[in-house]
Design a protein around this ligand. Sequence first.
Ligand SMILES: Cc1cc2nc3c(=O)[nH]c(=O)nc-3n(C[C@H](O)[C@H](O)[C@H](O)COP(=O)(O)OP(=O)(O)OC[C@H]3O[C@@H](n4cnc5c(N)ncnc54)[C@H](O)[C@@H]3O)c2cc1C
Length: 344
Amino acid sequence: MTSFAQLTTTKVGGSARAIVEANTREELILAYSATARHDEVIVLGQGSNTVVGDDGFDGTVILVRSQGIEILSDTGTQVDVRVQAGHNWDAFVLWAVENGLAGVEGMSGIPGTVGAAPVQNIGAYGQELQSVTLGVEFLAEGDREPIRLDVSELGFAFRTSIFKQGRAGVILSVDLRLTRQFNALSEPIAYEQLASALGLNLGDTAPLTHVRELVLELRRSKGMLLDASDPDTNSTGSFFMNPIVRASFALELPPEAPRWPVDDDGQLVKLSAAWLIENAGIVKGFALPGSRASVSTKHTLALTNRGGATTEEVLELARYIQAVVQSNFGLILQPEAILVNAEL
Ligand SMILES: Cc1cc2nc3c(=O)[nH]c(=O)nc-3n(C[C@H](O)[C@H](O)[C@H](O)COP(=O)(O)OP(=O)(O)OC[C@H]3O[C@@H](n4cnc5c(N)ncnc54)[C@H](O)[C@@H]3O)c2cc1C
């Protein structure tokens, strides 16, 4: 039996009762519609945002492996593409960069599949999936025919969407709009750390290939680029979400706690989960006594498997972090990773 330790990047979790691999869109439709009628189903891409309990899953896992990038239209400055759900996200970004197309270069190196990208509206280094998404092709649970969902119907917000909020089904493909800038330049850089690594100011542009290289370098230095030889990458990336709180609550926090406005009237602000964890006294590399799970040695937000850890060891660490942050700052960090048969 295949275990989730082999199917997920945190390399933890028990076994699945059955596994089906879908290598084309048609196989995915067949596998999902046939299986979901009589069995519990988990749709899995590369398992880079999923943590499954040690008891595993008494149902069928459908592994999404459909591939392909199709150009739908090209106006010269705007290129619309359709990417199949199982296509590796970073392979798609590389394709875009090599073809001089901007819009996703800041999201270079995010692990996972294109089909999973809308689930939590992936984002990094000043770019977010929602700003390039046109829509998805979706097969809803119980349906035989796929439908098209426009981006306006996807409920995109910070690291979430209707899919993360419980809309059951499978994303078959994603339509995205990329742009062709003069001289294969990037979109304006919208992330301070990336701008300064490039020696530029916020809002400047740079060659796409240069932006991609820098992003990959930054990600590697933080253990945020999958690397079989680096145990800091045996994770789901950020385990916790940056909390969004009322501005009045944020006023109670130390003034040096980073915060960013998220709405126009300034009622809500986003806090840095990494800052909260570090300032609650949890250092990089922290582990509970005897545990094989630890905070990454490079990034406080990643909970990593140092070799042979169980899901329970990862969750114990997560619960400990939640408790310490709560007692210091009065808020409960929520997981960004998707927990299956596992609870905090
Ligand atoms: C080292 C590391 C760094 C990371 N950095 C970032 C980052 O910078 N920004 C960011 O946003 N995320 C980041 N992540 C999280 C992860 O890469 C993304 O969430 C990614 O989109 C997950 O893709 P996946 O194919 O591995 O999804 P999986 O873990 O396989 O699935 C995630 C969820 O989506 C569902 N799902 C998967 N495919 C489909 C489909 N076709 N249709 C419907 N539902 C589906 C699954 O059921 C599950 O609920 C990081 C993860 C790691 C390990």
